[in-house]
Write a protein that binds this ligand. Structure first.
Ligand SMILES: Nc1ncnc2c1ncn2[C@@H]1O[C@H](COP(=O)(O)OP(=O)(O)O)[C@@H](O)[C@H]1O
Ligand SMILES: [Mg+2]
Length: 524
């Protein structure tokens, strides 16, 4: 095989017919992928499409089962390369910023940059390193203090250190794996500028994402992966969001979920001055006050890890609060058990689908009745009524369109989207059957994370239907687009506090971004 070199000046990278199998999964199926010097190349695909796997092969973490890689850099003419380890990848000028950072928290920025550099001939001169970091920062429009300790930095700043580390090692090919997932809109924008600057300086940049807007904004070309296959590579200027979405999911996609415009009713959830600690005993939620009315979706926006998870747990009885009160339908449920919350009409769609949400080894049917049996729908006394169980689960499978061979299939065999539909079916119906409809509260945490575009629409629609029928919905999501598309009102969380609550109709994305970074809304 010879490289498909349209690589300008012979600089860039070409992966030819790459195949990678994991037990039971073909993660890359004869994929061709090439990046040129001077371009930002988007790698787009849904969760599980094989993006991380393909790039992990490039950076020496996985060996391909088949295929070849050709590389040309400023230092070496185009040649076939074997990338046997991350160290070899770095030597070849390939660097990757992973979804989970690999910095040493107790070291400074400068120390992290030189960590692992094997060239012992360089006498480590602090001023020289600091100067070099400053120069890189200036060249790529990315400000970083070389003497800051990593633990002092925000997630966005830590990501810049990871990028800096690659540039410090003179990487020619830079790969960023879903870098904007942990950033505020402003930080994402700044990252876009840095990536453009890198391309302009002659680097080849691979930008992995499943978000269409940023792919359209930042990239020169985009390659779409689906099920481990390269579907197509296109010029970004010659495509649009709809076309890319269709390539990504393999069928037509309409973007059409509408924000509710229902009349909000009485407050269902009232949270007043709640403070709660995380698992390390540090305050993760501080003095939080808000309420959610029936017929309202309150979206909680924020960079993940700012107390959203802990807040959801307090509101569903899974975590104790140290101060404040939580009322549902006027009843004080502060620090009561999850049972009491369920009994009072609180449904919970947890962020952790298998684990908290479902019992993977149990059947679809067992999972669906898990909460209903308390209300006497499928039981008499302590005995389950088999026939009622069958009817009830078949009805839910049908109504919520859960795609499963039958009700006895273990729920872990279902796709993510269908697992999520099963959770929604259970959480929504358990309350309806118990006649607690008027006080209904649904706490939805990352309800569409990892779902394909189609399943995402179904889940959002189900939330809207519940809202229309009078439920109060607390929607906690890292996906700002999701929050913006269906929330009646939007609360922004930062460092355990609510920085402000804005009207969903009038929400201004840059205003929300500033609050996500800890800025004060009133200071605008
Ligand atoms: N180390 C691994 N072992 C087994 N299967 C894996 C491993 N890494 C990824 N996979 C599987 O390979 C497929 C592609 O995954 P991945 O490359 O992470 O996709 P993406 O980054 O596009 O979300 C998925 O089905 C995933 O479950
Ligand atoms: Mg990935």
């Amino acid at each position: 095989m010879s490289p498909n070199i349209d690589l300008e000046n012979g600089i860039g990278l070409d992966m030819r017919l790459i195949t990678k199998r994991f037990p039971g999964v073909l993660a890359a199926d004869q994929v061709n992928f090439s990046v040129r010097k001077g371009e930002v190349h988007g790698l787009l695909g849904e969760n599980g499409a094989g993006k991380t796997t393909l790039m992990s092969i490039l950076c020496g973490l996985y060996m391909p089962d088949d295929g070849e890689i050709f590389l040309g850099t400023e230092r070496n003419a185009v040649e076939k390369v074997n990338i046997g380890s991350p160290r070899e990848a770095i030597q070849l000028g390939i660097g990757m910023v992973h979804q989970h950072f690999r910095l040493v928290q107790s070291h400074t920025v400068a120390e992290n940059c030189i960590l692992g550099l094997s060239d012992k001939s360089i006498i480590i001169n602090h001023t020289e390193i600091a100067n070099r970091i400053a120069a890189i920062g200036e060249r790529y429009q990315m400000h970083i203090e070389p003497d800051s300790y990593v633990w002092q930095l925000s997630i966005g700043e830590q990501q810049r250190v990871e990028i800096l580390k690659m540039l410090y090692r003179n990487a020619d090919v830079l790969i960023l794996d879903e870098p904007t997932a942990v950033l505020t809109p402003q930080e994402s924008q700044a990252l876009g500028i840095t990536l453009r600057a890198m391309a302009k300086e002659g680097k080849a940049v691979v930008f992995i994402s499943h978000k269409l807007d940023e792919i359209m904004e930042i990239t020169d070309r985009v390659t779409v992966l689906r099920n481990g296959c390269n579907v197509k590579t296109v010029e970004t200027a010659e495509t649009d969001k709809e076309k890319l979405a269709n390539l990504m999911v393999g069928r037509n996609v309409v973007f059409s979920v509408e924000r509710p415009s229902f009349k909000a009713r009485n407050p269902v959830l009232e949270v007043d001055g709640v403070t709660a600690q995380n698992d390390k005993g540090v305050d993760a939620v501080s003095n939080v006050t808000f309420s959610v009315k029936g017929g309202e979706i309150l979206g909680v926006a924020g960079v993940s890890g700012n107390g959203q998870q802990e807040l959801a747990e307090v509101i569903t009885g899974l975590r104790r609060s140290t101060e404040g009160t939580v009322k549902v339908g006027g009843i004080n449920l502060t620090n009561r058990t999850p049972d009491k919350f369920i009994f009072n009409g609180v449904g919970h769609i947890p962020g952790d689908r298998i684990g908290v949400g479902l019992a993977g080894n149990l059947s679809v049917s067992d999972n669906l009745i898990m909460k209903a049996f308390r209300g006497g729908v499928v039981s008499r006394g302590i005995f389950l009524r088999n026939e009622a169980v069958r009817d009830y689960s078949d009805r839910l499978i049908n109504d919520f369109d859960v795609d499963t061979p039958d009700r006895n299939t273990p729920v872990r065999n279902l796709s993510g989207g269908n697992q999520q539909k099963a959770i929604l079916a259970r959480e929504i119906m358990a309350r309806t059957e118990q006649g607690t409809r008027d006080n209904g509260l649904l706490v939805a945490v990352q309800p569409t994370r990892g779902l394909d575009v189609g399943a995402t629409e179904v889940v959002r629609r189900l939330l809207l239907t519940q809202c229309e029928q009078g439920d109060a919905i607390l929607l906690i999501s890292d996906d700002l687009d999701e929050i913006l598309s269906i929330s009646t009102n939007i609360a922004v969380m930062f460092s355990g506090k609510i920085m402000g609550i804005v009207d969903g109709d009038k929400a201004d994305i840059s205003e929300i971004g500033i609050m996500m970074a800890g800025g004060d809304k009133s200071a605008l």
